[in-house]
Design a protein around this ligand. Sequence first.
Ligand code: PBG
Length: 325
Amino acid sequence: MELQFKRHRRLRQSANMRALVRETYLHKEDFIYPLFIVEGENIKNEVPSMPGVFHLSMDRLKAEMDEIVSLGLKSVILFGVPADKDAEGTGAYHNHGIVQQATRFIKGHYPEMIVVADTCLCEYTDHGHCGVVEGSKVLNDPSLNLLVQTAVSQAEAGADIIAPSNMMDGFVTAIRHGLDEAGFTDVPIMSYAVKYSSSFYGPFRDAAESTPQFGDRKTYQMDPANRLEAFREAESDVEEGADFLIVKPALSYLDIVRDMRNEFTLPIVAYNVSGEYSMVKAAAQNGWIDEKAIVMEKLISMKRAGADLIITYFAKDAARWLSEK
Ligand code: PBG
């Protein structure tokens, strides 16, 4: 018999032929754009380690939202950078907290926009940890009450989705009960189910001023060496009633994104974190890479790995590039 070989190149011979067999697409609807809201007036300060990402005061939010809407983006995730911090992170669950104010503003002026509220304490605590601290320990159960209060106050302000990121055990159950009791049975929970203790969060901690003042987050965030633990974390969040599962970071954890896609039927969200953003920006500013090509390749990789949605600081850039075609 004649020796056979397969002609895979038949399907790659022209742009239209390649388009015909393309398996994965990016849409503007896939992106959730992070915003950092600060107290004060007339502030639009670029975060030094995150070119193109700004601290915005409330009065500068309208222009930013107009741009976001005009680019065709449909959802944002809000982080607050409060002027004052304390041991219990009271700014996180204050009715007039910075995220609550920004949420009211956005839902008042752009009612269609999906507002995701990041539900955590680390930006609001003076020690920079994501929960209540006793000595050098971050306490689990006492932190839950504060998280529930945060989630309920965010829902009261109009948040469409609650995204708890603090990695305390039982947070989905606690927040679900809290939301339901307060009448917010229809507000979904986008759980940071699988969140690794990652060095890729460095620039975010500059942006959110949330670096822990002692120790690290290794007793609550996951060990980058572990895979099976991701199944345990996600499984309990699914049982507790989560509506979305986040895997964070994205790029070094695409195997985990794929695992979660194969194992669970909930929408999977990849968080393309700050360090992943800053590295690309730095290389691009040096002229070492083609930024647009690299960013689009990274984003499509996340979708190919199984992500339905991507939280990314590149959302505005990507929306612009998608419109160019
Ligand atoms: C809050 C939170 C963090 C990020 C999102 N929510 C920081 C952290 O866990 O230290 C990181 C996001 C990023 O790096 O882009 N807990």
